[in-house]
Design a protein around this ligand. Structure first.
Ligand code: BGC
Length: 904
């Protein structure tokens, strides 16, 4: 039984089933807010019955550790597959108090590949032909005639079986090439959406585990599964090409029954499984879906199917090497929305507004005659006077649902095999009286705990925070994506830019680690980290020759480092250290061995410096720098301009920054020799950068704010140069009417660089500005999410063709949490906390919290006349330093209230 003091997790989840590691990690925390004290030692007990734990006898593992760590990997004798284990934590606090947790459990699944008896079965009658669209010179697909594209149908699979007696335990292990949805006797089972998720399938293909104990009573049953193209076969290539991970849909299913009398029965996918096609004519992740309800074959999923309109599945030669159990972080429906407004567009079409930009899909009900065609289109924006405009117009990313009615009363449907980014939909084809409530939106997201709260006396900032969260939720779908509509791609740069804000807002640890495994898998032999992960052949084709990019590929160093700061897990650094080193070696080699044509004949001192300047290859640079990429008069966005303008300096800055981080990471891992190496490499890069890119007055040779910010952040200018560069940055901001002009890479550091240089008030001014481009300009324009480009909606309401749900510029959240609420980490995992309320920020109150691995950290402050009140919660096993009016007070775990006189 759960007690109210502890939260216990195994592999990051409460009581998981089906774990496939023999060394699960146990973690715990005290959930009572501000519970006083430290952990002096802990004892973990593990047994295969609950009574053994209670009696502290017949234990499998009894481990005592004199540490403050609140997680430990299993270290006892080998665990067995398909077993339930029980465990408990007993910890002693610094004051000698003994705290006993409740007893919890977890279940192992397949600890080795031999547990798989099922065969992979191929469902497709024949492979789908790969379609390689024509692309323009930027790799973007050229428009096509939609009807000419061939899509594959969704397959339906069935298998009838008997349960002969009472069941003690039933587990279904299931995965597919494609995305699948399982049914038992025609009823959907589980709540996992878009399983088996988007990964680099050769590296890891997840399988899901379902508990069917309650569902399988004695008698006949039919397992039915839909398998659709999903990420496996849809148009996931950046160039719009399909069949990116394979061209035939397949299934792997193993149902294990344990009867009450101990007898076992295993049902395995094999050549007796029946396959057919029904109403889903196609279901593509990017283009949308076509469903003809007149062709439905729902009885195929029921017992006693007598028709012969099926074929038998074909057994495939496929191994189990890439299979991994999915423990948590599933995609699920997180919210259901009804339209907030609707507008009749013309006789046969209506626009519905769901009030906010989301990732999800529409579930609808209709009362139409057979054969009536209904079309649903999605968009994140509306035009002037509530007209329907599509903000995304790229071919192959149409997001169109076509539904042909069967003509029954109130037939209902939900396109289950894709998701869209939208706020508005246009519904065409409905006859009769239109009821908007028959169209509800299902919001999708990955199941992860929200760990932040933020609220302050400026409503605009509260909206901004909501927009940040919403864009995060819309893009944490299976992998961290750039946007939920146009690309749904794991752009590596976007992740590193936003990582810290993401970690504050949600428990993203295991989600990011899963993706990192694919990042390192996609690393090339010579160390290059791709710009998108999973990296598919269609990306390769579109970005011919671009194996990596500065500021994007550095995710392999920056993300593990950020994760370590938030979750204190050194293993993450250990696991990716080799990949990090390979990446820096690649940069070093590229810098030392290649120069652009005009520099190839340089000799002498400069030639020596050039060895540390990374000045070749294509780089996205300070992507989307407003003054170079946008034209507010026309709404045009020239994506490539900021890359062209900044790609010379940016790579060397990130080269230096990576060396700096590698020095810290190496020291953290106790690799002192490597730390020295990176420290010296950093010095070389820095000296070369200064020689090559500094003006005589020490400022950086660029008139862009972002470049000054990046050079300052990487510590590449010091002493007088630093002062001059800061002054130059401040002047550039003033000359721009106190507005920012930074791109993707520099925006995360802009406000910090200003704050650290003593220009905190200017940082606030940028944050509070409503002038285009700024965060609050978007809020003023009614944004409900963070836009890809500041000018997604122009001051006159005109809509640009960019995404409205890109989290990258939401990176400002990280600064707001640290500077307005005032919560910052001083040691990995927030073991030491600094609380410095933003009393100088111009607001009269703010409150916020972060649910850390140790428990809740919170700070609430209010200014009333000249009096300041501050409430703080410090979690068990941590210490905090509260800084007010330049005074520091050390706080141990607890809840506190302070009153101060406000100083100016
Ligand atoms: C994506 C970005 C990405 C960029 C590369 C875009 O199409 O949406 O967010 O990082 O390309 O610069």
């Amino acid at each position: 039984m759960q007690n109210n003091l502890f939260l216990l997790k195994c592999e990051g989840q409460v009581s998981p089933i089906g774990i496939d590691t023999g060394f699960p990690v146990f973690s715990w925390k005290i959930i009572k807010k501000g519970y006083p004290g430290y952990q002096k030692n802990f004892r973990i007990l593990l047994a295969d019955t609950e009574t053994a734990i209670s009696a502290q006898a017949d234990l499998i593992w009894d481990f005592l550790s004199q540490t403050e760590s609140m997680s430990v990997p299993y270290g006892g004798p080998p665990l067995l597959s398909r077993q339930t284990y029980f465990w408990q934590i007993i910890l002693t606090t610094d004051s000698g108090k003994v705290l006993k947790s409740h007893i919890t459990h977890f279940e192992t699944g397949f600890l080795n590949q031999d547990c798989w008896q099922a065969k992979w079965i191929c469902l497709s009658g024949s492979p789908l032909t790969q379609h390689l669209p024509e692309v323009d010179k930027e790799g973007e697909p050229l428009p096509v005639d939609f009807d000419m594209i061939s899509f594959g149908p969704v397959h339906q699979v069935r298998k009838e079986f008997s349960v002969t007696k009472k069941i003690k335990k039933a587990r279904l292990y299931l995965t597919a090439h494609g995305v699948y949805i399982p049914f038992l006797n025609g009823k959907r089972i589980g709540c996992y959406e878009l399983a088996p998720e988007h990964t680099m399938y050769q590296n890891q293909l997840l399988y899901q585990i379902y508990d069917l104990t309650e569902d399988l009573t004695p008698g006949n049953h039919t397992i039915g599964v839909y398998v659709a193209d999903g990420w496996y076969r849809s148009r996931m290539g950046f160039d719009g090409s399909n069949c990116q991970q394979g061209d035939e849909l397949a299934l792997l299913l193993q149902l294990e029954l344990e009867y009450a009398d101990g007898e076992k029965y295993v049902l395995c996918s094999d050549g007796t499984f029946q396959v057919t096609e029904g109403a889903y004519l196609y279901a593509d992740m990017m283009s949308g879906e076509k469903y003809d309800a007149r062709l439905e074959k729902t009885d195929f999923f029921l017992n006693g199917y007598k028709k012969t309109d099926f074929r038998y599945a074909r057994i495939m030669k496929e191994d189990y090497k890439n299979l991994r159990a999915q423990i948590g972080n599933h995609i699920k429906i997180t919210e259901v929305l009804l339209p907030q407004a609707y507008y009749q567009l013309d006789e046969s079409s209506v626009m519905l507004d769901y009030g906010k930009c989301i990732a999800g899909r529409i579930q609808f009900r209709l009362n139409e005659k057979a054969g009536q065609k209904i079309i649903i289109e999605h968009s994140e924006a509306e035009g002037v006077d509530h007209t329907f405009v599509k903000n995304i117009i790229t071919p192959y990313r149409e997001q169109i649902i076509t539904y042909i009615c069967k003509g029954s009363d109130m037939e209902s449907h939900e396109p289950l095999f894709n998701y869209h980014g939208f706020r508005y939909i246009r519904v065409s084809g409905v006859t009769g009286k239109f009821n908007p409530n028959n169209f509800c939106a299902h919001v999708l997201g990955t199941e992860m705990e929200t760990t932040s709260t933020f609220f302050c006396s400026d409503e605009r900032l509260n909206k901004l925070q909501n927009n940040i969260l919403r864009s995060q939720f819309s893009n944490m779908i299976s992998i961290p994506t750039d946007c939920p509509q146009r690309e749904k791609a794991g752009w590596t740069g976007d992740v590193q830019i936003y990582a810290s804000t993401a970690c504050f807002n949600q428990d993203v640890k295991d989600f990011f680690i899963r993706w990192l495994s694919d990042v390192s898998y996609c690393q090339s032999k010579d160390g290059q980290i791709p710009i998108i992960v999973p990296f598919l052949s269609g990306h390769e084709r579109a970005f011919d020759g671009i194996g990596c990019s500065a500021g994007w590929s550095d995710v392999i160093i920056i993300l593990p480092w950020v994760l370590y700061q938030y979750y204190g897990d050194i293993q993450i650094l250990e696991n990716y250290y080799e990949a990090m080193e390979k990446w820096v070696s690649h940069i070093k080699r590229a810098a030392a061995s290649e120069n652009p044509k005009e520099l190839q004949h340089v000799t002498g001192k400069r030639a020596e410096y050039l060895k540390y300047i990374w000045n070749t290859g294509f780089h996205f640079g300070d992507w989307l720098t407003p003054s170079v990429s946008m034209n507010p008069a026309t709404g045009d966005v020239d994506l490539m301009q900021s890359a062209i303008m900044t790609m010379e300096l940016v790579p060397t800055v990130f080269y230096a920054y990576c060396c700096k981080l590698m020095k810290k990471i190496s020291s953290t891992l106790g690799k002192e020799e490597r730390a020295k190496y990176y420290s010296s490499l950093y010095q070389h890069v820095k000296t070369a950068f200064q020689y090559e890119y500094l003006n005589k007055d020490g400022t950086v040779k660029s008139e862009l704010q972002g470049i000054q910010v990046l050079a300052l952040h990487a510590g590449l200018v010091d002493n007088g140069s630093r002062d001059n560069t800061i002054r130059k940055l401040v002047n550039l901001i003033h000359a721009n009417g106190d507005r920012l002009d930074t791109g993707f890479l520099s925006t995360p550091y802009l406000l910090d660089v200003l704050t650290d240089a003593g220009y905190k008030q200017l940082a606030y001014k940028l944050l509070y500005s409503e002038e285009f481009p700024s965060w609050l300009y978007e809020v003023k324009m009614g944004a409900t999410s963070i836009w890809e480009s500041w000018q997604a909606i122009l001051p006159d309401g005109q809509v640009s063709h960019v995404s409205m749900a890109h989290y990258a510029f939401g990176c400002v959240g990280d600064w707001m949490y640290r500077n307005i609420i005032g919560i910052r980490s001083e040691a990995p995992g927030y073991k030491k906390i600094r609380i410095e309320p933003g009393l100088d920020c111009g607001l009269i109150s703010a409150k916020g919290s972060y649910e850390s691995i140790y428990g809740l950290i919170s700070c609430e402050w209010k200014i009333h006349e000249n009096q300041v009140s501050i409430d703080v919660i410090v979690p068990f096993n941590t210490t905090a330093e509260l800084v007010v009016n330049n005074n520091e007070i050390v706080l141990s775990a607890g809840s506190y209230h302070f009153e101060y006189k406000k100083e100016n």
